[in-house]
Ligand binder design. Structure first.
Ligand SMILES: Cc1cc2nc3c(=O)[nH]c(=O)nc-3n(C[C@H](O)[C@H](O)[C@H](O)COP(=O)(O)OP(=O)(O)OC[C@H]3O[C@@H](n4cnc5c(N)ncnc54)[C@H](O)[C@@H]3O)c2cc1C
Length: 408
């Protein structure tokens, strides 16, 4: 099989790369996307209740844009032959490749880590939700240990009482003991000191116990063993221990950063493989304002759009455009305490409480989804690399129902 523009990965970066490539190339190129499932997993929401609803079937969108979907996992990359071999053995030749294989949670290198729960993928979040359901039915005074007090661990810990309520366990929700564990001495180390007091207040209000500066030595399904000899018995142990690039991207020739991400140039090209562009959590790119991209949805979406646009431009002999991230904000869900919104890399607090929560809801139910108006025009406009144009389009009135799909 030959494909002009091949995209590997159906996450935020891969989906938008495919749409942007079609927008630029029109009918002048064949575009195909390879992914194990035809679903855009809404990973930023996987700490929430009902994880089985948190994926969108992207096939109707791809079909409208005449983008081929190939179900499968890419296994081998041969940049000299310009070909990708799938796990099933099929080979796909390409003219330009976009690698958007995303990230995976980094499990800590301690015995028993494989057995702990996580909310990194939809399947893992569903498995944890099943355990919560069992806990809701079996015990009135449960304990849940969350390991990792970064962004995901904080959002998950602060959601757990309501997650038990969603399973009808009112008494257990009130009596739930939540222990948030991190080897760092502070919560949310990557969020910096500015937002910390607000987060600490939310944790205290929710009755969450902190165990900071704690070295985990071993894990079992029902306990956490620490290096100081203490043991915490728990009904569930959940890991939120940070992400690294998924393995496929390691085959791209060239330099990588500590997270295994390919260091790309301004057009998101892999310097060691000129026909390969890299996007999303698999790429480390200079944001143009003195920072490196983060493994985040807002970076992944823009990286994907620029990589898809540049793969098409390069194929057509047009000049590529430089990647830039126009603005950077964080929006941390604090559960019943609302949400905390910060602006800029210095993380200036912008909104808190209910005002912050309204923005979080909008991001989680609208901004990160393909346009609810699934018309060809809306999809192509949403693939623009011009953030201001996208925002105007998102604010325009449209049909209310987002396209939702369950696990396939
Ligand atoms: C619980 C949680 C909460 C988060 N909260 C936030 C948040 O609040 N804000 C934020 O900005 N970000 C958040 N993130 C991070 C965000 O979800 C990621 O940065 C984003 O999903 C990255 O998008 P991506 O397309 O690069 O990769 P992914 O979403 O990881 O998608 C990668 C895709 O590639 C596919 N793939 C992988 N390997 C192969 C292969 N070999 N062959 C074919 N396909 C392959 C995968 O199946 C998947 O479809 C959160 C993540 C988690 C887990």
């Amino acid at each position: 099989m030959l494909c002009n523009i091949l995209i590997i990965g159906g996450g935020f970066a891969g989906f938008w790369a495919a749409v942007a490539a079609r927008r630029v190339a029109g009918s002048r190129a064949q575009v195909a996307l390879v992914s194990p499932r035809p679903l855009l997993e809404i990973r930023p929401r996987l700490y929430e209740a009902h994880p089985e609803t948190l994926a969108v079937d992207f096939r109707p969108h791809l079909e409208k844009l005449e983008i081929d979907f190939v179900r499968g996992a890419a296994e081998a990359l041969d940049p000299a032959a310009k070909a990708v071999t799938l796990a099933a053995g099929d080979q796909i030749a390409y003219d330009r490749l976009v690698v958007a294989t995303g990230s995976r949670m980094r499990r800590p290198p301690v015995p028993g880590a494989e057995a702990a729960f996580s909310v990194d993928t939809q399947a893992e979040a569903i498995a944890f939700d099943r355990r919560l359901k069992d806990i809701a039915q079996a015990t009135e005074e449960p304990t849940i240990a969350v390991i990792g007090a970064g962004f995901t661990g904080l959002e998950l810990a602060l959601e757990l009482r309501d997650r038990l309520l969603a399973h009808g366990a009112h008494r257990a929700a009130v009596r739930l003991r939540i222990v948030l564990i991190d080897r760092a001495e502070t919560i949310g180390p990557e969020l910096g000191p500015g937002p910390r007091p607000a987060i600490e207040r939310a944790l205290a209000q929710d009755g969450i116990e902190l165990r900071l500066g704690a070295v985990v030595q071993a894990l079992q399904a029902d306990r956490v063993s620490f290096a100081d000899g203490t043991v915490l018995a728990a009904d569930a142990v959940v890991l939120a221990t940070g992400m690294v690039a998924a393995p496929f991207a390691a085959q791209i020739p060239g330099a990588r950063d500590a997270l295994g991400r390919t260091i790309v140039d301004a057009s998101l090209r892999a310097p060691g493989a000129p026909d390969v562009f890299v996007a999303g959590d698999a790429a480390a790119a200079d944001t143009g304002d003195g920072h490196w991209t983060l493994q985040s949805c807002q970076h992944a979406g823009q990286l994907g759009r620029v990589a898809g646009e540049n793969a098409a431009r390069d194929l057509l002999g047009e000049p590529t455009v430089p990647y830039s991230q126009l603005r950077y904000l964080t929006c941390l869900d604090l559960g019943r305490a609302g949400a905390l919104v910060t602006q800029g890399w210095e993380r200036r607090i912008d909104k808190m409480g209910e005002e912050g929560k309204a923005l979080k809801r909008m991001i989680n139910t609208k901004v990160i989804y393909p346009p609810a108006d699934g018309s060809i025009e809306a999809l192509l406009a949403s693939s623009s690399i011009d953030l201001a144009a996208r925002t105007r389009q998102m604010d325009a009135p449209k049909a209310p129902e987002p396209v939702q799909g369950g696990a396939a």
